[in-house]
Design a protein around this ligand. Structure first.
Ligand code: CA
Ligand code: CA
Length: 188
């Protein structure tokens, strides 16, 4: 009985940890980017240190001009309420989301006036009302026309259908009491 309860608590703890999971996706480019860059670095869960050069092979994807954009495909619909965007500090960037990869809705911007570093890449964490999407898109405008992204990923939102944990523990207690009562009756 005690083991069962411990196992149930462990499962609850695990599900709490899973709710904070970082979600990355497969990256595709529309338009040109520097061929020395590795596209997957744009969403691989690794955030370059602030101040990393905007054109650092193995860490950033960089390009010139405002016609290029990148799309991240999570492979399925996911719900998220936080995102991390690591970009060159002296430009403006826009992130939008989509369920179908066709129709995109603006999610947040990072402006060159928001940064605190004076050189290279800077990471920005954004929180917003939870959205459900399969695709994210990031593009750049303004700034010095030399653009870079070091990372874009999201953090999963807690499922909206989740029963609050104290309620689960309470129900579990009722269930265990029922099992104990049954056992007692069988013995008697
Ligand atoms: Ca720049
Ligand atoms: Ca990265």
């Amino acid at each position: 009985m005690r083991e069962l309860f411990a196992a149930a608590l462990a499962a609850l703890t695990l599900s709490s940890a899973a709710q904070a999971t970082i979600i990355t996706g497969a990256v595709t480019a529309n338009g040109n980017y520097n061929p020395a860059a590795t596209l997957s670095n744009l969403s691989d869960g690794i955030t370059p240190a602030n101040g990393t050069g905007y054109n650092t092979p193995g860490q950033t994807v960089w390009w010139g001009g405002s016609n290029t954009f990148f799309t991240i495909d999570f492979g399925d619909l996911v719900s998220f309420d936080q995102a991390l965007l690591s970009v060159d500090h002296n430009d403006n960037y826009l992130v939008s989301y989509s369920t179908d990869g066709v129709s995109f809705t603006d999610l947040f911007s990072v402006l060159r006036t928001e940064g605190t570093v004076n050189w290279g890449i800077e990471a920005f964490e954004k929180s917003f009302d939870a959205v459900t999407a399969r695709y994210l898109r990031v593009s750049a405008s303004g700034g010095d026309n030399l653009f870079a992204v070091g990372e874009l990923h999201v953090t999963a939102a807690p499922p909206v259908t989740d029963v609050p944990e104290p309620a689960i523990v309470g129900l579990l207690g009722v269930g265990l009491a029922g099992v104990a009562a049954l056992r007692g009756r069988r013995r008697g």
